[in-house]
Design a protein around this ligand. Structure first.
Ligand code: AMP
Length: 425
């Protein structure tokens, strides 16, 4: 098989690392890749949003399977365009990807399929949104409708804060076109959980549980980020909860889309809040979560290429997934300033010391090669991911590896896996 992976983050590095282990994979290309990925795949200098060029490359190189990592090419219709050219892509079509691309679409679908989620209303006029906020009160959550790189969500403790959030999204257009419509949503309290499944449009196969750490600082303080670390399994996801999430959320959504003639294939990710009334959906994503994908790939047993093939071909019925029973933990190392403005081009030291690391892997996210050195090239720079006999051992292993790495301005959380550790104790 010839595979083209689209993206250049820790998620894509982890996917490629796993795909490389498959005997049926003969060649992997990655657009655009990064310094770590380039050791495992052939870099292709294409932008993830350039659907036409990606399809052109896939056609020219007779790619058997194109695997988009991030949501943007999916919402732009990459899978539809591949299919129109007689090619195959792993992921949902443009229509199905609206589940992530439009929060209003996702909310409407959940309402119709009776999937548990916070109450909400969506608005295209800021005055109407403000009126609604006065009606329902605070705390309340204000979200830009479209894609905003995880930043268009403002959790507001007071009505005044919510009014300002509406101004920022709708009047000042801080998130551009994503703010043409806002979704105002009930504030949900509880523990957050990531729930991912593979689906071929009919069978829904849950992946191992995982959990990420969204806030920038220890103790879940500071601003929201793309994710500062993750672990799998998540002890908060009991078998009972898993059954409930499948029955109340995952299956109804896939079936609800199918009833609307939308076949969802690929990874379906539900961001959940485990409230006192049970699991409720915060958001859907239409691809693997990053960094959660990193500990998941470290634990997945079997052939990922074959599994992706089966997903695309409608062949998931009767299958199960196997996982390494050992927990895996990923600590994200970020550039100084992230999630705000950050600098690029800082030389990363110590990676060579981890070349032969046996109990883990340093997945690259924002890195590049410059004059023979690996330098920072993004906000989230590396995902240091380790396995251990228990959560404590995996956490220890990951942080010992982190101690080997440094660059000017590097920062990271020191409490990744804390909740899982508390439960383990
Ligand atoms: P989202 O991109 O919708 O997952 O939102 C990003 C983060 O904002 C989530 O991971 C939560 O921490 C928080 N959040 C989103 N929606 C809500 C909500 N309804 N209640 C409480 N927190 C929320």
């Amino acid at each position: 098989m010839k595979i083209l992976v689209v993206g250049g983050g820790g998620r894509e590095h982890a996917l490629i690392w796993k795909l490389r282990q498959s005997p049926r994979v003969e060649r992997i290309y990655c657009a655009p890749g990064n310094a770590g990925i380039d050791e495992l795949a052939e870099p292709v200098d294409l932008d993830v949003a350039d659907v036409e060029a990606i399809v052109g490359f896939a056609r020219e190189h007779a790619i058997d399977l194109t695997v988009p990592g991030p949501e943007l090419p999916l919402t732009l219709g990459l899978i539809d365009e591949l299919q129109a050219s007689g090619l195959r892509g792993f992921g949902p079509t443009c229509a199905a990807a609206q589940l992530e691309g439009s929060k209003a679409f996702a909310k409407e679908l959940m309402r119709r399929c009776k999937v548990p989620t916070g109450f909400f209303s969506s608005f295209t006029e800021p005055d109407d949104a403000v009126r609604y906020v006065h009606e329902v009160g605070a705390p309340i959550v204000v979200k830009a409708d479209g894609l905003a790189a995880g930043k268009g969500v403002l959790v507001c403790q007071t009505v005044a804060e919510a009014e300002e959030a509406i101004d920022r999204i709708m009047r000042w257009k801080l998130f551009g076109d994503a703010g043409g419509r806002v979704v105002i949503e009930e504030f949900l309290d509880g523990e957050e959980l990531s729930f991912m499944a593979l689906t071929d449009g009919e069978t829904v196969l849950p992946l191992a549980s995982s959990q990420d750490h969204k806030r920038a600082l220890d103790g879940d303080a500071g601003p929201n980020t793309g994710g500062m670390g993750a672990y799998s399994p998540a002890p908060a996801c009991t078998d009972a909860l898993r059954g409930r999430v499948m029955e109340e959320i995952m299956l109804p959504v896939v079936r609800g889309l199918a009833e609307r003639k939308i076949v969802y294939t690929g990874v379906l990710y539900a961001g959940l809040m485990i409230t006192a009334d049970g699991p409720k959906v915060l958001e859907f994503n239409v691809r693997f979560g990053d960094p959660e994908c990193q500990p998941l790939m470290m634990r997945l047993r079997g052939d990922l290429a074959e599994l992706m093939d089966a997903t695309v071909n409608g062949g998931l019925a009767g299958r199960t997934l196997e996982w390494d029973p050992q927990p895996a933990v990923c600590v994200v190392l970020a550039a100084g300033g992230y999630p705000g403005n950050y600098e690029r081009g800082r030389v990363i030291h110590g990676l060579e010391r981890l070349r032969d690391w046996r109990r883990g892997m340093v997945f690259h996210a924002g890195t590049a090669q410059r004059d023979g050195a690996v330098v920072t090239n993004g906000g989230r720079v590396l995902g240091v991911t380790a396995l251990g006999a228990d959560v404590g051992a995996a956490v220890g292993e990951a942080y010992r590896a982190v101690d080997q790495i440094e660059w000017d301005g590097m920062h990271y959380r020191r409490d990744i896996g804390r909740r899982a550790l508390e439960r383990e104790r």
